[in-house]
Design a protein around this ligand. Structure first.
Ligand code: FAD
Length: 486
């Protein structure tokens, strides 16, 4: 295994909390450096009061992972007066995937808005509104990003100049959307990127005025935004350089089914195309998209969905980064190489135990799972390492009046030979078999019971009779064959 332990000297860290009544202005640090994941450093943290600069636990980033981490602190009775969350955004943590789904529904089709989708509603948990944080005694610092860290002194400085001393620090800064350079029109008025509520609000107000939308990118964001734009009855084109939609996951034949559905809904695809520039009209708003092949597509709204980069700043000099997948390198308990500093969610490069590799996962399920795992390891004697099963999903065309809703889920690894069963009316499934074993499975429009079977299959990787699976007459029959092989 490309274990982190072999590539860097891990120093672990946990905080020992002081009773609330004890106000320690000094910061006692009793550190034991170790190369083993199973020995810990004990760092006596400062005061539980927020009245001075001392904070026992600080989470930087107020997104998906922060919301679930906060819940875990509360569950362990360790939030009240001890936990501080520093956020760049103006809102308490929310379920970010909603921004390209319910949030973009046409205004007359009951779009999702906060406080409706604060964490942890996405996993059936409590809706943690700003009042919830107050009630739980969690200090929230909004719209004041951390701009500096001094890891030796264990201090953070925020944009407004606040100095925060931490006992343990959890970095949960997520990703930032990749942008087109300014010189090819990436910052023009009418060009949108989508990462937070402010971006989504700006996109909604543009959708309300737009006529011709160009979506750049055929990944999740592109697919979800395009599905939303046709819901607003807008002329919508999707441009991407690959040969089919979602090429990192979908097989060409699976992508074809989704592309046909999009086309039936009015979406046009321009595949195998690269953007040369985005051109402004006389009013300064984007007016056209120029392709490398010389053609031009008119547009008054362009949405760029070309991926994201881990938001490692301002921590990039303080902790080890992973040079292959990017992000902050952590072990299976989310400890960075610096005692007392942890990283979770999109920004963490962690050991993906199942597949023996270091990974960075930009999905909400991992944001939730890594947050819970990290906080439990920090607060309790838990030492078992994170064992994540990759899971991706998307939901589109779910607005009222849509002729067909789409909801697929994928678990596992899309390696080996892909076997597709079903006719997309509405179900379809793809099974990935490698050396006779089931490695990954994708299911469209499954029942709750069928979706529940997928992680069991992907985790157990049963041996499956390929010929029998290929001859299944329906998705139900194929799933039954897979279930029987468990
Ligand atoms: C539009 C959209 C749709 C998505 N849809 C899906 C989906 O359908 N399914 C799925 O599985 N995943 C989806 N994802 C991915 C999923 O939302 C992320 O994996 C998840 O939000 C990661 O959680 P996080 O807490 O690591 O990062 P985030 O939720 O991005 O939170 C990071 C927070 O940190 C803040 N921050 C950054 N730097 C600083 C700083 N220096 N100081 C203070 N705060 C800072 C950011 O402003 C942000 O609020 C989607 C993402 C987006 C953007």
């Amino acid at each position: 295994m490309a274990s982190i332990s072999s590539s860097m000297s891990i120093k672990s860290g946990i905080s020992l909390w002081c009773p609330r009544s004890l106000s320690l202005d000094c910061h006692h640090s009793l550190e034991v450096h170790s190369t083993s994941f199973h020995r810990r450093n004990f760092v006596v943290s400062a005061s539980a009061s927020f009245a001075n600069e001392n904070r026992e636990f600080v989470i930087v980033g107020g997104g998906n992972a922060a919301g679930y981490a906060a819940r875990t602190f509360v569950e362990h009775g360790m939030a009240d007066g001890r936990l501080c969350i520093v956020s760049k955004e103006a809102y308490a943590p929310y379920e970010r995937p909603a921004l390209t789904k319910g949030y973009l529904f046409p205004l007359d089709k009951k779009p999702a808005r906060l406080p409706g989708f604060h964490t942890c509603v996405g996993s059936g948990g409590e809706r943690q509104t700003p009042d919830w944080y107050k009630e739980k005694g969690i200090e929230m610092i909004y719209q004041d990003p951390v701009t500096k860290i001094n890891a030796e002194k264990r201090t953070l400085t925020t944009n407004s100049g606040k100095l925060l001393k931490y006992g343990s620090l959890i970095i949960a800064t997520g990703c930032t959307a990749s942008r087109f350079p300014e010189k090819i029109g990436g910052n023009l008025h009418g060009v949108h990127y989508i990462r937070n509520v402010a971006d989504a609000d700006s996109l909604v107000s543009s959708l309300a005025k737009a006529k011709k939308v160009v979506v750049v990118g055929g990944g999740y964001i592109g697919m979800e935004v395009a599905a939303a734009a046709v819901g607003w009855n807008l002329d919508t084109s999707v441009i991407f350089p690959e040969t089919h939609l979602l090429p990192r996951l979908f097989t060409p034949s699976l992508a074809q089914k989704y592309e046909e559905l999009y086309e039936e809904n009015g979406v046009k695809f321009i595949k195998g195309a690269s953007i040369k520039s985005l051109e402004a009209g006389p009013d300064g708003n984007v007016a056209a998209v120029k392709l490398e092949n010389g053609s031009t597509i008119d547009a008054d709204l362009v949405v760029i969905g070309i991926g994201a980069k881990p938001a490692v700043s301002p921590f990039d000099k303080a902790v080890s980064l992973n040079s292959t997948v990017g992000g902050i390198e952590v072990d299976g308990l989310f400890r960075s190489n610096v005692p007392g500093i942890f990283a979770i969610g999109d920004v963490a490069a962690f050991p993906l135990k199942m597949y023996n590799r270091i990974s960075r996962v930009e999905h909400v399920d991992h944001a939730r799972g890594s947050a819970q795992h990290c906080v439990k390891a920090l607060l309790t004697a838990q030492t078992h390492i994170y064992d994540y099963l990759p899971y991706f999903y998307s939901r589109v065309f779910e607005y009222e009046g849509s002729s067909r809703k789409v909801w697929w889920q994928f678990f596992g690894d899309n390696v080996g030979e892909a076997i597709q069963i079903g006719n997309f009316d509405p179900k379809i499934a793809t099974f990935w078999l490698d050396s006779g074993k089931l490695k990954g499975v994708l299911l469209e429009s499954g029942s709750p019971e069928e979706f529940q079977l997928l992680p069991r299959l992907a985790r157990s990787q049963p041996s499956i009779d390929k010929v029998k699976l290929q001859s299944a007459d329906s998705v139900e029959e194929a799933l039954e064959i897979a279930r029987a092989s468990l």
